[in-house]
Design a protein around this ligand. Sequence first.
Ligand SMILES: [Zn+2]
Length: 256
Amino acid sequence: MMDDDIWLPLRHELERWKKAKLRPLFWLRDDDAVEPTPALDRLLALTKAHAVPVALAVIPAGAGKALAARLEEAPNATAVVHGWSHANHAAAGEKKQELGAHRPVDEVTWELRQGVARCAELFPGNFAPVLVPPWNRIDGNLIRCLPGLGFKALSVFGAANAANGEILPHINTHVDLMDWHGTRGGRPHGELVAAIVEQMQLRYEAGGGAIGILTHHLVHDEGAWTFLERLFSITANDEGNDWASISDLMVQRSMT
Ligand SMILES: [Zn+2]
């Protein structure tokens, strides 16, 4: 298929929204930042070129002044808390988790408290107190502790959980660019376009809600970078659509 044909379903869906005088709302979360790298530079340059805000999930235990200095020059990036050290505490054969029920709650909350404090200190001008659990998994009992630790929102992958949403707002991601279990590269563009269109159709029926795109700059292959570039060119440079910052979404207190 020609590249333009691959993107046609998205163009049609955008057109449908425009005709109905509706504006789709997208947001971008990128995970696992610890230090400045060429891949991070590429992400920040690409998002800046299209004026797309990015919530950068920073692993606090490993982050330091070098990342702080780099983000000072990236006003479109907002740091959020990606657990503490991205360590897996689940048993072999179990799904990976840092924030599971494998350790005493006090131990986990102590780490999360350090995580918020370190991010607030390193990124005073561009930090939002949002928790992004490593591997997008968190034990239900821990969620109850989050407001007391200073978190104002939680961001995982998939549809928001209404019960947990009463404890604190969810600002979730819905389309993951990477094929983690297959090629470990970017997913085929046609498949990603279909996933985004499906999310748009759900929002169209529901009368709103943001669509979260999830990326991992450190492991992108050229296909993933090209997809992001095309997605931004089609959606971000057109007045009918919005790319929101995580801070905007927190103000709206929308469940996504
Ligand atoms: Zn991660």
